[in-house]
Design a protein around this ligand. Structure first.
Ligand code: ZN
Length: 280
């Protein structure tokens, strides 16, 4: 997900400079056939534009997120309902809409190219999932209970009477729902957590290897070199005796074939061998 910072510094909402404690995320859709986030940024970034201000626009052509307010800045995106004002608690994100649609009345529209329009909606949906997963992590939010659409915000009594973005998803037959969206955000968050756990495992394994290396070095210094095989590590003077003992079955090693012999053991075996303890 690409995030481009493009704060609406001229917008009166930005200038008001109020902060909120983020309690939730609200998903919007712009409500007109305009896929370009830049067009909205140009309109919103004026001192004369006091109608609205949001935290981000998601571009319909590229899926790029344009962050237009600091995340904990109080936005003007969802207005007020009977039970409160979502602007006091929620980050508001607008998804841009396909150029192929044409609004008739209210949330109804016709569409000149459904395939292309659906591709645009999917781009904004996918970026919104990723952005909301990131914001849920950032603010310790539960994706299943702390995310709503503007439409749901109205039903909860914390936003004005709008139908976005479900009107677009339903109207185009995309199959997207807010319940599905919340689940996708949760899955995305689990994916991020798995990556974090993997990194920790890698770091753990690296540390384990380093410790094993240090331990081997310390053992060597302490003269506790361990000989597991008749190989180049083993002193030549000990090899004939150890080979003989293996051949005769006196030395069998551990179940994984390691002899686990120290220097002292090598010396004792060789002395015993000279004394004829292990035969010819
Ligand atoms: Zn809205």
């Amino acid at each position: 997900m690409k995030i481009v910072q493009s704060f609406l510094t001229n917008n009166p909402c930005y200038k008001a400079g109020r902060k909120i404690a983020v309690k939730g995320l609200m998903l919007h859709s712009v409500g007109c056939a305009q896929p370009s986030a830049q067009v909205f940024i140009n309109t919103f970034n004026k001192s004369s534009y006091s109608a609205a201000c949001v935290h981000a626009f998601i571009d319909g052509n590229t899926g790029t997120v344009y962050q237009t307010l600091p995340w904990n800045h109080r936005g003007w995106h969802g207005g007020r309902g009977t039970k409160g004002c979502c602007n006091d608690t929620h980050i508001g994100v607008e998804m841009c809409e396909p150029k192929e649609i044409s609004y008739t009345t209210g949330g109804r529209f016709t569409c000149s190219d459904t395939v292309s329009a659906k591709a645009c909606v999917k781009r904004t949906y996918d970026s919104a999932v990723e952005l909301f997963a990131y914001l849920c992590k950032q603010y310790g939010l539960n994706p299943l209970t702390d995310i709503c659409s503007h439409k749901e915000g109205c039903a909860k009594g914390i936003a004005t009477n709008h139908g976005d973005p479900e009107h677009l998803w339903v109207g185009l037959g995309t199959g997207f729902t807010m319940d599905g969206f919340r689940k996708d955000v949760k899955n995305m968050m689990n994916g991020i957590e798995n990556i974090e756990e993997d990194l920790t495992m890698n770091q753990y394994n690296e540390l384990k290897q380093e410790i094993a290396g240090v331990k081997a070095a310390v053992d060597k210094i302490n003269g506790k070199m361990i000989y597991n095989y008749v190989d180049s590590n083993m002193p030549d003077w000990a090899k004939p005796t150890i080979r003989k003992m293996i051949q005769k079955g006196y030395l069998q090693g551990s179940e994984n074939g390691k002899l686990n012999l120290t220097d002292e053991m090598l010396r004792i075996f060789v002395i015993n061998d000279r004394a004829g303890v292990y035969g010819e």
